[in-house]
Design a protein around this ligand. Sequence first.
Ligand SMILES: [Zn+2]
Length: 69
Amino acid sequence: MLQAITGWHQDEEGDWVAELACGHGQHVRHTPPFRQRAWVLEENGRRQFLGFELNCRICDGDDIYLVDW
Ligand SMILES: [Zn+2]
């Protein structure tokens, strides 16, 4: 189910977690060369993704607390 990003926070390891409109969270990691998301490290980049819709797998029924986008 698509859910808009409403905010961001960092987990205890410093990885960024998108807060979704449904109340779930989703990790958005920058882990080159697999995931190139340097924008998530920049406040500007994160702000540009506010309102962006991610597919929330928890809403879709995945039985996990936190998933990776
Ligand atoms: Zn959700």
